[in-house]
Ligand binder design. Sequence first.
Ligand code: NAD
Length: 361
Amino acid sequence: MTYDFCYEALPMRVRFGAGALASLPGELDEIGLRRVLVLCSPGQEDTGELVVSALGERCVGLRADAVMHVPAQVAEHAQAEVVSLGADGCVAVGGGSAIGLGKAIALKHDLPIVAVPTTYAGSEMTPVWGLTTDGRKETGRDPKVLPRSVIYDPDLTLSLPVGMSVTSGINAMAHAVEALYAPDATPIISLMAEEGVRALAAALPVIVTDNAEASGRSQALYGAWLCGAALGATTMSLHHKLCHALGGSLNLPHSETHTVVLPYALAFNEPYAPDAAAALSRALGVSADPADRLWQLSRELHAPQSLAELGMRESDIGRIAEEVTSRSYGNPRPITYDSVHNLLAAAWAGQWPVADGSPSA
Ligand code: NAD
């Protein structure tokens, strides 16, 4: 084996453990925050209030309007409120939507954020921000949006419904899969990615059997941390481009779309990424074809199986294939309109993904 890589570590400060939310005031002390705005999604006010009471007088407000893909208007209101309250930072509690809103504030005002993730989406580990204006999502990388501290408390994930836990967990695995064959893959991130997939593949069946089982919840969040770190450290390829197009242009649901597409994207790429395929086989405990195992696993976990089931029309396949192939980006296997069309047609119908990327009978 010969090595050839460039590795730049992101500054990560992570507190992990059941009840870790109690360490929030100490984390704010480390950063020097005195007046923070708490952010969460609608429907997550109870969790938001838990954070508010953990903060006591240091909390100057709670906003519960974080939604998927950070609409510019929502971001502008939150950015203005930070100024009117004289806040010196934010605590974002929730999934990628709440953390994304925190990042929009950090981007505009250069204020530190502390993230308390309650899904497995992984945004808390990345310097990537997103903002949606008139239906167009713009994304970028900026170190100032990377949370200064992340508190992973598995107790806060106990309320995540089983279906959402499964799709969010497979969404996390997708980051690890693409990190393993990324153009900028590095040995340490590959180890984290492999371990992240192993942890989630072990934890999700436990959660499906018992949503509140403590070790399953802890293991799933641990896997999500590793997969999020892999996402933050590498460049994503075809799978993420497909999901970005399907979510952005057709408004398909985020984690469910990742769940359906992943086995197909992996089946397409795995003949061209043998080291990644071997790592994933080890992580999933199979002797060959990790794409096949992922497909089976998502069936066993009762996850959605086809893009048709998520509301996509067959007539939109060509449009998405066009969008995904209109720009060039790194992917282990060369991409053509026809091959992406075949992949999408198989995923739309929920047909068994085969390793050459074309649908089987
Ligand atoms: P989300 O944050 O919208 O959460 C999904 C749903 O789950 C919401 O209704 C939320 O209220 C609910 N929820 C969250 N935690 C819960 C809990 N513990 N119990 C019960 N319900 C809970 O969705 P997500 O999948 O976490 O994140 C997706 C968003 O994050 C997308 O906009 C995506 O683009 C973005 N994202 C960004 C990055 C990045 O690096 N910038 C990475 C991953 C995802």
